[in-house]
Ligand binder design. Structure first.
Ligand code: CA
Length: 242
């Protein structure tokens, strides 16, 4: 039986985190795993750092769509992490976690460039709502929708059109296409795609990417004179016009 059918059958409905990477910087294991599990269920690819130094290192060397940052951390506190990120021009949305009644902390965090804060203890639904809000703000980009030739990908509404014709995609197909569109003209490796869209690190044998690239080609390129999805043999894929 084709792997494509199995993947198709198991495909979840569109989740807020599909194709998104989140970093959680939190030293309390129970809180960190609570957030990690919740975000994974919402389809985020999640990294966790247990102290401020590790958090800052990941936040400056990897790409994330959102950072959940506890303020009270060993090594380097959350304020210091936030200040260092903003000083380095890293504008990733940051949601700070603060202790109850720590109003000064919230004000200080927001002044340092936090996008929002949550007071512990909080429900996961609340956290997800904040994440949704800061990501929506971040997505009102000047370059939305993304255009590649006659293809447009609207990252806010997730509407995809080619030559004015609407293209219906599954959640995974959309996430893959948006990722390619955000990197239009650049070769995107299979490893990057696996990490970013499937949160898989070490399964080079999986054919999940081929299956989805083939489906995207049928939907995006079939029937048009010039294909937009190109295979770069031995490297990966690139989305480009001509
Ligand atoms: Ca803490």
């Amino acid at each position: 039986m084709a792997a494509g059918c199995a993947y198709n059958a198991g495909e979840k409905p569109l989740e807020i985190g599909t194709g998104m990477r989140a970093l959680v910087v939190e030293d309390e294991n129970a809180v960190a795993s609570f957030i990690e599990r919740g975000l994974q269920e919402a389809a985020f690819a999640v990294d966790v750092a247990g102290d401020g130094d590790a958090g800052l290192h990941l936040a400056t060397t990897e790409y994330y769509d959102v950072i959940v940052l506890d303020l009270l951390l060993p090594q380097r506190d959350g304020f210091s992490v936030l200040r260092a990120l903003r000083e380095q021009g890293i504008a990733t949305p940051v949601i700070c976690l603060t202790a109850r009644d720590a109003l000064d902390d919230r004000v200080r965090g927001l002044n340092l460039g936090a996008d929002d804060y949550l007071v512990k203890p909080f429900s996961f639904v609340e956290l997800l709502a904040r994440i949704r809000a800061v990501m929506r703000r971040g997505q009102t980009l000047a370059d939305n929708p993304i255009s590649v030739g006659d293809l447009t990908v609207d990252v806010v509404t997730r509407a995809v059109e080619r030559s004015g014709q609407r293209i219906d995609l599954s959640a995974r197909e959309y996430a893959l296409l948006e990722y390619l569109a955000r990197h239009a003209g650049e070769v995107v490796s299979r490893t990057m795609i696996l990490e970013r869209i499937w949160d898989m690190r070490h399964d080079p044998k999986t054919n999940v990417i081929d299956v989805h690239i083939n489906r995207l080609r049928r939907k995006v390129d079939a029937g048009f004179d010039s294909p937009l999805i190109h295979t770069v043999r031995g490297c990966g894929y690139v989305l480009k016009a001509g």
